[in-house]
Design a protein around this ligand. Structure first.
Ligand code: SAH
Length: 340
C-alpha cells in the first residue's frame, strides 16, 4: 500500500477523480493532514464513510520512529528508524530568523566525498517522498512549533533521488501542504549537472546550493569523486546558465579543511572562478569526525580566507557552527548506530 505522504495534491486529486469522488476531497484530506495534523482517516469528519473506507483500503499513514534525540543549546539532532530498520537523521536549528530543519534524502550516499561521514557508509536506498515529509511532521510535532525553512543537506545526494525529492519539495511548498515558501527551501548538491539543468526547467523558486569545496579540478577530484564525471569548468558554466535562466543567486558551499583547501592561493583561485557570478560563498567550518583524517581549519585561517574573498568583491559568509558537540556532521549519528 502506498503511503499518503507520498502524494502531491494533484496526485491525490487524480486519485479521487479515478474513484468517482470529487477533486476537492483531496483538498479536504490535505487540510486534515497538513493543517489540522489529523492523520487518522477515520477522524476526517467531513468525508463520507465510504470515502474513509476507501482511503483506509488504499493508503497507509505509517510513521517513521524517532529513536534518539540529542540536543545542544540551539540544535537538536534526530535519529529516525525507517520501517525497514534503516536509519536516517535530521537536524533542527534555531536561528534568530526562525527554525530550520536539515533533512536526509537517502540512506547513505554513493558520492564518496573524502571528508564526509555519510559517504563512508554506501547508499542502501533512496528515501521515498513520505520519509522526507515525515521528518518534518514528526519534528514539528515533537517541538510543538512550525518550522520556517528546510534545507536538503542531510544524508544523501538529493539529485541522485531527484523525482522523490522534487515531490517532497512540491508537497512542503504547496499552500495547502506544509506551506514553506520556496525561498525558504534549499537543495544542496555535489554537482550533478543534468539534474541542475532539470531544476532550471521547474517552475519552483527554491534555492540551489553547490558543494564546491575546491577551486580547481586537481584538488576537487581528490576530495569529490563526482568531479571526475562533471568537472569544475562544466559545473561553473552550468551554474552561469542556471543564474541567467532563473535570475536566482546560487550558494557556493566551501568546507575549509586544514592544509588541504584553505590557503590564500585557494581563496584567490575561488575568487577568480566566481568573479561576476551572482553567487555567494558560505564557508563551512569542518565538523571533525573520529573516522576520517581531515581536520578543521583554524579560526584565523578561515578569517584570512574570508578576507581574500571580500577583497576580491565576492559575497561571503562564515557559517555559524551548529551542533559540533552532538555529532551534527551529516551522517555521524547514523554511522554510530550502524557501527554499533
Ligand atoms: N550531497 C549533498 C547534500 C548533503 S551534504 C551535497 O553534497 O551538497 C551537505 C553539506 O555538508 C555538503 O556541502 C557536504 O560537503 C558538507 N559536509 C559533509 N561532511 C561535513 C563535515 N564533516 N563537516 C562540515 N560539512 C560537511
Amino acid at each position: 500500500m502506498n503511503n499518503i505522504f507520498n502524494y502531491r495534491l494533484d496526485m491525490l486529486e487524480d486519485y479521487f477523480l479515478s474513484i468517482g469522488a470529487k477533486k476537492f476531497n483531496a483538498s479536504q484530506v490535505y487540510d486534515w493532514l497538513y493543517k489540522k495534523r489529523v492523520f487518522d482517516f477515520a477522524k476526517m469528519t467531513n468525508l463520507k464513510k465510504e470515502l474513509i473506507a476507501k482511503l483506509n483500503a488504499t493508503f497507509t499513514n505509517d510513521f517513521l520512529e524517532i529513536v534518539r534525540k540529542q540536543t545542544d543549546k540551539d540544535t537538536s539532532k534526530y535519529l529516525f528508524k525507517l520501517k525497514d530498520g534503516n536509519f536516517v537523521e535530521s537536524v533542527l536549528m534555531y536561528h534568530d530568523y526562525g527554525i530550520s530543519i536539515c533533512v536526509s534524502s537517502q540512506v547513505g550516499c554513493n558520492m564518496g566525498c573524502a571528508f564526509c561521514e555519510s559517504g563512508r557508509l554506501k547508499k542502501v536506498r533512496d528515501l521515498q517522498t513520505y520519509e522526507m515529509v515525515e521528518q518534518i511532521l514528526l519534528i514539528e510535532e515533537d517541538i510543538k512549533k512550525r518550522i520556517s525553512s528546510v534545507v536538503i543537506m542531510g544524508i544523501g545526494e538529493p539529485f541522485d533521488n531527484y523525482d522523490n525529492v522534487m515531490n517532497f519539495i512540491k508537497i512542503i511548498n504547496h499552500d495547502k501542504g506544509i506551506a514553506i515558501g520556496a525561498r525558504h527551501i534549499t537543495v544542496s548538491t555535489c554537482g550533478i549537472i543534468p539534474k541542475i539543468k532539470m531544476l532550471m526547467a521547474e517552475p519552483l523558486q527554491i534555492n540551489l546550493a553547490i558543494s564546491l569545496h575546491a577551486p580547481n579540478n586537481e584538488l576537487r577530484s581528490k576530495l569529490m569523486k563526482i568531479n571526475k564525471v562533471y568537472d569544475i569548468n562544466e559545473l561553473i558554466a552550468t551554474l552561469k546558465e542556471y543564474i541567467a535562466k532563473t535570475n536566482r543567486r546560487v550558494t557556493i558551499e566551501y568546507v575549509t579543511l586544514n592544509g588541504v583547501n584553505d590557503s590564500k592561493e585557494c581563496a584567490l583561485q575561488l575568487a577568480h572562478l566566481l568573479k561576476g557570478m551572482n553567487a555567494y560563498v558560505n564557508l563551512i567550518p569542518y565538523n571533525e569526525t573520529n573516522n576520517i583524517g581531515f581536520k578543521k581549519s583554524s579560526k584565523k585561517t578561515i578569517l584570512e580566507f574570508y578576507d581574500v574573498l571580500k577583497k576580491e568583491k565576492i559575497n561571503v559568509t562564515i557559517r555559524k557552527e551548529f551542533g559540533s558537540k552532538i555529532d551534527a556532521a551529516c551522517g555521524q549519528l547514523r554511522s554510530k548506530e550502524v557501527d554499533a
